[in-house]
Design a protein around this ligand. Structure first.
Ligand code: THU
Length: 136
């Protein structure tokens, strides 16, 4: 079951993702992404994509945000927001990383005009590989 997130917190999460987008380092794709995760310590952790001239070393905004939360000691995530110009959705790699630290949490996608779309992590990554698959 999903916890309902207070609407003021949702607003803050989306605003944090949109603000983080401004910190993107994306000189190659020019596609700036901001992400924010709400962790069970009550804090919001932000990230932006950081590209590299070698391309393959680029790290997505979502993973930056998740890794910031986890390395601050908060490894249970309650909600995610992703901000892009056109409402883009998290890539497959980021979905798998989010699933590591979350259940079927709400995911908000917000575009440059402020339009929001709400989905959930398990809708984005159904039938995913999880720790139960490693248990004999
Ligand atoms: N990107 C993200 O930050 N998150 C995603 O989920 C999709 C893609 C970034 C990576 C790269 O810097 C740019 O968007 C274009 O792919």
């Amino acid at each position: 079951m999903n916890t309902v997130i207070d609407s003021a917190i949702v607003d803050e999460l989306l605003a944090t993702a949109a603000a983080a987008r401004q910190q993107a380092y994306a000189p190659y794709s020019r596609y700036q992404v901001g992400a924010a995760v709400l962790a069970d310590d009550g804090r919001i952790y932000a990230g932006a994509n950081v590209e590299n001239v070698s391309y393959g070393l680029t790290v997505c905004a979502e993973r930056v945000a998740v890794f910031k939360a986890v390395t601050a000691g908060a490894n249970k995530l309650l909600a995610v927001a992703v901000a892009t110009e056109n409402g883009g959705s998290p890539c497959g790699a980021c979905r798998q990383v989010l699933v590591e630290f979350a259940r079927d949490i709400p995911v908000w996608l917000v575009d440059g005009a402020g339009h929001r779309r709400e989905t959930t992590l398990y809708r984005l990554l159904p039938d995913h590989f999880g720790p139960e698959h490693l248990v004999k």
